[in-house]
Design a protein around this ligand. Structure first.
Ligand SMILES: Cc1cc2nc3c(=O)[nH]c(=O)nc-3n(C[C@H](O)[C@H](O)[C@H](O)COP(=O)(O)O)c2cc1C
Length: 238
C-alpha cells in the first residue's frame, strides 16, 4: 500500500499549513498520515556526525520513530508557516535531522515530495529554501509547491487592532518612512477594517473582521489538488 506522510511545521491547530498538506494528501487517494512536529519532540542536529556510517541519528527524541515513517513513506508533503522571515523552527530542525538519512546510501532518494508555505511576506524565499532542502538535501523528487496567505499573528493576539506595532500599523509607519509599498491592504481586504480614528503612532485602531483561511483562496486550493493528482499519476507510473 502506497503511503503519504504529511509533516507540518505549524504549531496552530487546524492551521492553513495543515489544510493545504491534507488537501494534497487527499487528492493522492493514498493511505495518509499527518504528523504535527509541534506535538512531538524533534530537536535540531548537533553536528556530531555519528550517523555517517549508520544512517541513524543518535539523539534520543521522536526522530527515532519519525525517521522510520519517513523511510516507509512513498511520498513526503512538508509544510511550514513563515515565522521570523524563515521556516518555522519545527520544520528547520526536522530538515536538519534528515541529514542522518543521506550518508552513503541517500535513503530518501527519489521519494516523491511537495511543499507548502503560508505567510504574508517572504513566502517565495521560504518556499525556495524548502524545495532546495528536499531536492538537494534529501534527493527527493519534488513535484510541486504552493504558497498562500495566512492570518498575521497580530490579527489574533488580543491587543492586535489597538497595538501601534501591529503588522498593519508597522507597515504603515515603514511605508511612510521609506516610501516602500507592502500592499497589505490589498492582501487583507475584507479581513481587516481600518477605523476612522486610526493613527499608527497616536491612536491605533483596526477591527479584525475574520481570520484568513486558505479555503477562501481558490487558486491555492486548486493547486494543492493538482499537485495531489500529479503525485497519484507519478505513483501509478512507478
Ligand atoms: C512568532 C511569529 C512570527 C511570524 N513571523 C512571520 C513573518 O516573518 N512573515 C510572515 O509572513 N508571517 C509571519 N508570521 C505569521 C504566520 O506566518 C501566519 O500566522 C501564518 O498564517 C500561520 O500559518 P498557519 O495558519 O498555517 O499556522 C509569524 C507568526 C508568528 C506567530
Amino acid at each position: 500500500m502506497v503511503k503519504v506522510l504529511g509533516i507540518s511545521g505549524s504549531p496552530v491547530k487546524d492551521s492553513n499549513t495543515d489544510t493545504l498538506i491534507k488537501t494534497i494528501m487527499d487528492a493522492t487517494g493514498a493511505e495518509q498520515e499527518l504528523i504535527k512536529l509541534s506535538k512531538i519532540k524533534v530537536g535540531p542536529c548537533r553536528a556530531c556526525k555519528q550517523c555517517a556510517y549508520t544512517n541513524e541519528c543518535i539523539l534520543d527524541d521522536d526522530f527515532k520513530w519519525l525517521s522510520k515513517k519517513v523511510l516507509d513513506a512513498d511520498v513526503i508533503v512538508m509544510g511550514t508557516p513563515v515565522m521570523g522571515s524563515a521556516a518555522s523552527a519545527f520544520i528547520k530542525a526536522f530538515t536538519e535531522r534528515l541529514w542522518s538519512l543521506r550518508h552513503v546510501k541517500l535513503l530518501t532518494q527519489s521519494k516523491i515530495a511537495a511543499g507548502v508555505v503560508i505567510g504574508w511576506a517572504g513566502t517565495e524565499q521560504v518556499s525556495e529554501w524548502l524545495i532546495h532542502s528536499m531536492r538537494i538535501g534529501s534527493g527527493m523528487d519534488v513535484v510541486g509547491s504552493i504558497t498562500a496567505n495566512g492570518t498575521p499573528a497580530c490579527f489574533t493576539c488580543g491587543p492586535g487592532e489597538t497595538c501601534r506595532f501591529s503588522l498593519m500599523n508597522t507597515a504603515k509607519i515603514v511605508e511612510k518612512m521609506t516610501g516602500e509599498k507592502f500592499g497589505l491592504e490589498k492582501i487583507y481586504e475584507g479581513y481587516l477594517e481600518e477605523l476612522p480614528d486610526n493613527d499608527p503612532l497616536a491612536n491605533p485602531s483596526y477591527k479584525v473582521i475574520k481570520c484568513i483561511s486558505v479555503k477562501d483562496q481558490p487558486e491555492a486550493m486548486q493547486k494543492a489538488e493538482e499537485i495531489g493528482k500529479l503525485i497519484a499519476e507519478k505513483l501509478q507510473q512507478d
